[in-house]
Design a protein around this ligand. Structure first.
Ligand SMILES: Cc1cc2nc3c(=O)[nH]c(=O)nc-3n(C[C@H](O)[C@H](O)[C@H](O)COP(=O)(O)O)c2cc1C
Length: 414
């Protein structure tokens, strides 16, 4: 089968069907209004993804509370947001009713920005100290997640991605470093209880509706001693026993899909978004997707990550034949070989949100490929609206402005 046939094949996910194998990764873009509602800028981004025929679209990390959050203008999902989110989903679904739309629910925990919110922690990590969470507070957070899942269902979205990746709260509780003596710390059965309770509460809040998709993006290895996927609270050794147990346990509790990831936003960024200099880290992600596929039921969908580095035929990846390492060819091969079921595009979905449509229409030559400049990431770090600085003039201009201001600031400080 050619790559086009493979990538455009439909796939069953839970009780639903996605039209092709393109997954739009959740990408935080810091462009909500002051109440955490989507703005015109937010709508424009998703409008393009719906028009571009991504078949499964993961709404960026949407926070279940504004008390603790990572971005000043981050999307929020609380009762006050229900009306705006309903309108948002309805308008997008009109563009492509077949696309499945899931919301990535998050709480930032220790990654919350103290300048405008409350940083909380399950056990203080060097450089990220915050208020120690109590058991009662965690119970309240579980209630907020369940309510957010209910709102996701009410507003017409198709499911949730309960975020357990990149060092946000869902990830912090799971890691061996959380050896604090409390209900959610120490032994693995305590650390994983939070994830299991959450899934059970989400199921209940959404009326055990089998049509509602439930899944998670997971950092299988956080890449620091004591991080999730390491052998002990301060161990530098990778150990997959707990990550494997987690995904099997979540599958038993109703997960229909998983998105593979690695790394932590605070300390091991290359593993979550490889830059220009280390594109070959993408091969590592393929290994972890396969690991997930191997232990899960065949019908549980695994989405592979990190396909932006593969680009067209002019990437920096060593390959036996260059055209075999292009994004389309490599993605199709990974699916044909049973290493994953769908390919996730993050930065590439910024560079060219019409990527799947162009493949469908035989216009592959027109695809604009992400050059991994990481300027989108810089906009995010600076709490500015995010998009492709290379191919979208709005964000190019914004970026130039931001850099000018930074230059001025640097001058002021010398
Ligand atoms: C600007 C930016 C925002 C991101 N926001 C999120 C997010 O909200 N949730 C998440 O799980 N990952 C987020 N990521 C990580 C991506 O979803 C993806 O896993 C990563 O970029 C690797 O895929 P790629 O090579 O296709 O870009 C973000 C990455 C970038 C660059």
């Amino acid at each position: 089968m050619g790559y086009k046939e493979t990538l455009l094949q439909p796939l069953k996910i839970g009780n639903r069907v996605v039209q092709n194998r393109f997954f739009a990764q959740p990408m935080e873009c810091v462009d909500s209004d002051e109440e955490g509602n989507p703005t015109d800028l937010t709508f424009k981004r998703y409008e393009n993804l719906f028009k571009g025929h991504f078949s499964l679209i993961d709404l960026e990390a949407i926070t279940i509370t504004n008390e603790s959050r990572a971005r000043k203008t981050q999307l929020e999902i609380m009762p006050r947001n229900e009306k705006a989110l309903t309108k948002f989903v309805k308008s997008l679904k009109e563009i492509n009713p077949e696309a499945q739309f899931v919301f990535q629910l998050t709480h930032s925990g220790e990654i919350s920005e103290p300048e405008f919110s409350r940083r909380v922690t399950v056990k203080p990590v060097y450089g990220l100290e915050g208020d120690l969470l109590t058991e009662e507070e965690v119970e309240k957070i579980i209630d907020q997640f369940a309510l957010a899942a209910k709102i996701t269902q009410n507003v017409g979205a198709d499911g949730v991605d309960m975020k357990f990746c990149h060092g946000y709260l869902g990830n912090q509780i799971l890691r061996p470093y959380n050896d604090r003596k409390w209900k959610y710390g120490g032994e693995w059965k305590n650390r994983v209880q939070f994830a299991y309770d959450l899934y059970e509460r989400i199921q209940k809040a959404t009326n055990y509706d089998k049509n509602f998709l439930i899944g998670s993006k997971i950092s299988m290895w956080e890449a620091f001693p004591g991080g999730f996927g390491s052998a002990g609270p301060d161990s530098p050794l990778m150990d997959m026993t707990e990550p494997i147990d987690l995904i099997k346990g979540l599958e038993e509790r109703g997960a229909q899909y998983f998105v593979e990831s690695l790394g932590n936003v605070h300390c091991s960024m290359e593993f979550m978004e490889a830059g220009k200099e280390d594109p070959y880290l993408s091969y590592l992600h393929i290994y972890f997707s396969k690991l997930m596929k191997d232990v899960l039921k065949p019908e549980t969908v695994v989405v592979g990550s990190h396909f932006s580095s593969f680009r067209g035929t002019t990437n920096k990846l060593l390959s036996i034949e260059p055209e075999k390492s292009s994004m389309f060819a490599m993605g199709a091969r990974c699916i044909d070989d049973g290493l994953m079921d769908m390919i996730g595009l993050g930065r590439q979905s910024f560079a060219d949100p019409l990527t799947p449509l162009k493949l469908e229409e035989g216009r592959e030559q027109e695809v604009k490929y992400c050059n991994q400049c990481m300027n989108c990431e810089e906009l995010m770090i600076r709490q500015m609206p995010v998009g492709c600085v290379t191919f979208n003039k709005y964000y190019t201009d914004l970026f130039v402005e931001v850099r000018k201001k930074m230059g001025k600031l640097a001058e002021l400080h010398t």
